[in-house]
Design a protein around this ligand. Structure first.
Ligand code: NAD
Length: 447
C-alpha cells in the first residue's frame, strides 16, 4: 500500500513512523519547510519518546519519505491520512481551515482511486464535507472514499500508544473501504471497532469529554476532601477498586490542559448548542477545570498575602510530562496570574522551555536546571509531574529556597515523606503540611 500522511505534527508523525515500521511505504507531507527540512535529516521537530529513532530507522530503509510536494504525496497514493490541525475559533467551535485546504489540495492532485482517512479530530459532519470537496473537484472516473479514523494517542506515550492502543475506530459508509483500513491495522492486534462515520466522529469527542469530566469530578472531590479533612489519594484508591469506576484517571491536581481536552470539550459544548442541546454537565466540567488551574495562585495568596516582588519557582511548563507541548498548559495560566500579581517568575522544564519561550518571551526567567529555578525563591509551584521533579531529594527545597514553601499541583510527594523535612507544603485534596508539621499543629507557627 502506498500511504500518504498529510501533516507532520504529533499525530501525523507518529502515524507515519508507526505505519512505516509496519512495512508500509509512507510519504508524509507538511506545509512547513523548516519541519520537512529537519525530518529529511532524520530529526524530529517535536519531542516524543522513541519517535526520532523510528523516523531515522525508516528513513534509512526507505519506508518513510518527507516532502512538501502535493503532487509527489497525493498522485500515486492508495490511502491518504489527514492529520492536520483543527484549532479552535474564538467561540469554541472548530476552525476547519486546514481541513478545507488539505481537502482541496488532495482533490486537485489525486489521479487514481483512493481512500481518504481522517485522523484529525473533527465535528460530526466534517467527513461528509471532506467527501463533498473531493468529489466536487476530482475527475468523475476516480473513486474517492472517505473514512473516519479518529486518533487516541496520548502525547508523551504516543509511539507506545500506536503499537499498543486500546482500540482503533474505523467509521465508513463503504464496507470495502472499512475492510481495507482494517487490513492496515490488523498486524497491531488491537481491537478494531467498525462503525458509521458520524458515530466514529462522535466517539472521539465523547472519549475526551468523558475523561475530562472524570478529572474534573475527582478534582471537585479533592477540594471537598481538603475542607473536611480527608485525603484524596486514599479516597481515589478506595473508589478505584469498584470495577465500574476503575483506578485510572482519578489523579487529583490542577486540571487538564494540552492540545486536545480543552478544545475538544469546548467544541462538543458548541456542537451540542448548535442542535439546541445544552450540555450542562460538560460545561460544569470545563468550569471546574478553569478554577482548578487557578488554585496554586489562590493558595499562595492565602498563605503569603501579596505576591508582589515575591520570587516564584515554576517547576514544569509542559502540559504533562514527557512532552514539549505547552498548548493550553496550566503553567501558562498560572504564570499569567503570577505576573498580574507582580511576582517574579523563574521556570524550569527539562524539555519544553523553547516552546514556552515562543509564548512567554522574556516576561519570565528560564532555568535550565531545577536547582537554579529554586535558588532564593520565596515559594515554588509544581505544575508538571516530570520524573526529574518527582524524584528530587526533598532537602533541596530547604537548601536552595529563601523559604521552603512548595505548592504541589500534582501531588508528587507523600505527606509522610514531606513531614520528615521542615517544608511548608500545600497540595491538592490533602491537608497542608506547615514546616514539616500537619495542619493541627499549625497554630504554634507564625508566618
Ligand atoms: P499539530 O499542530 O502538531 O500538527 C498539524 C500539522 O499539520 C502541522 O505540522 C501543520 O503544518 C500541518 N498542516 C497544516 N495544513 C497542512 C496541509 N494543507 N498539508 C499538509 N500539512 C498541513 O497537530 P496535532 O497535535 O498533530 O493534531 C492534529 C489533529 O489530531 C488535530 O485535529 C488534533 O485535535 C488531533 N489529535 C491530536 C492529538 C494530540 O495529542 N496531539 C491526539 C488525538 C487527536
Amino acid at each position: 500500500m502506498k500511504i500518504t500522511v498529510a501533516g507532520a505534527g504529533y499525530v501525523g508523525l507518529v502515524t507515519s513512523a508507526g505505519l512505516a515500521e509496519l512495512g508500509h511505504s509512507i510519504t508524509c507531507i507538511d506545509i512547513e519547510k523548516e519541519k520537512i527540512d529537519m525530518l529529511q535529516n532524520g530529526l524530529s521537530p517535536i519531542y516524543e519518546p522513541g519517535l526520532e529513532l523510528l523516523i531515522k530507522k525508516n528513513l534509512r530503509n526507505g519506508q518513510l519519505k518527507f516532502t512538501m510536494s502535493p503532487d509527489q504525496a497525493y498522485s500515486a497514493a492508495d490511502i491518504i491520512f489527514i492529520a492536520v490541525g483543527t484549532p479552535e475559533e474564538k467561540d469554541g467551535s472548530v476552525d476547519l481551515k486546514y481541513i478545507h485546504v488539505v481537502s482541496h489540495t488532495i482533490a486537485h492532485y489525486i489521479k487514481k482511486d483512493v481512500i481518504v482517512c481522517t485522523k484529525s479530530t473533527v465535528p460530526v459532519g466534517t467527513n461528509e464535507l471532506i467527501k463533498q470537496i473531493i468529489q466536487s473537484r476530482k475527475s468523475t472516473s476516480i473513486n474517492a472514499e472517505v473514512v473516519s479514523n479518529p486518533e487516541f494517542l496520548r502525547e508523551g506515550s504516543a509511539v507506545l500508544d500506536f503499537f499498543q492502543g486500546d482500540r482503533i475506530v474505523i467509521g465508513a459508509d463503504n464496507p470495502e473501504a472499512a475492510t481495507i483500513m482494517e487490513q492496515i491495522y490488523l498486524p497491531l492486534k488491537i481491537p478494531i471497532i467498525k462503525t458509521d462515520i458520524k458515530s466514529a466522529e462522535m466517539i472521539k469527542y465523547t472519549s475526551n469529554a468523558f475523561l475530562a469530566t472524570k478529572i474534573s469530578f475527582i478534582n471537585e472531590i479533592a477540594n471537598l476532601c481538603e475542607k473536611v479533612g480527608a485525603n484524596i489519594e486514599e479516597v481515589a484508591y478506595g473508589i478505584g477498586y469498584d470495577k465500574r469506576i476503575g483506578h485510572e484517571f482519578l489523579k487529583a491536581g490542577i486540571g487538564y490542559g494540552g492540545s486536545c481536552f480543552p478544545k475538544d470539550t469546548r467544541a462538543l459544548v458548541q456542537l451540542a448548542g448548535n442542535v439546541k442541546y445544552p450540555f450542562e454537565l460538560l460545561e460544569a466540567a470545563i468550569k471546574v477545570n478553569n478554577h482548578q488551574q487557578s488554585l496554586p495562585v489562590l493558595k499562595a495568596k492565602e498563605l503569603l498575602g501579596s505576591l508582589k516582588n515575591k520570587r516564584v519557582a515554576i517547576l514544569g511548563l509542559a502540559f504533562k510530562p514527557d512532552t514539549d507541548d505547552v498548548r493550553e498548559a496550566a503553567s501558562l495560566i498560572i504564570i499569567k496570574e503570577l505576573l498580574e500579581e507582580g511576582a517574579l517568575v523563574r521556570a524550569y522544564d527539562p524539555i519544553a522551555i523553547p516552546n514556552a519561550k515562543k509564548l512567554l518571551g522574556n516576561s519570565i526567567e528560564y532555568a535550565y536546571n531545577l536547582h537554579y529555578a529554586l535558588y532564593e525563591a520565596d515559594f515554588a509551584i509544581i505544575v508538571t509531574e516530570w520524573e526529574q521533579i518527582k524524584h528530587v531529594r526533598l532537602d533541596i527545597f530547604q537548601t536552595y529556597m529563601k523559604e521552603p514553601i512548595v505548592i504541589d499541583g500534582r501531588n508528587c510527594y507523600s505527606l509522610e515523606e514531606i513531614e520528615k523535612y521542615p517544608i511548608t507544603y500545600l497540595s491538592i485534596g490533602r491537608q497542608g503540611v506547615y514546616k514539616g508539621r500537619p495542619k493541627d499543629e499549625m497554630s504554634i507557627i507564625n508566618f
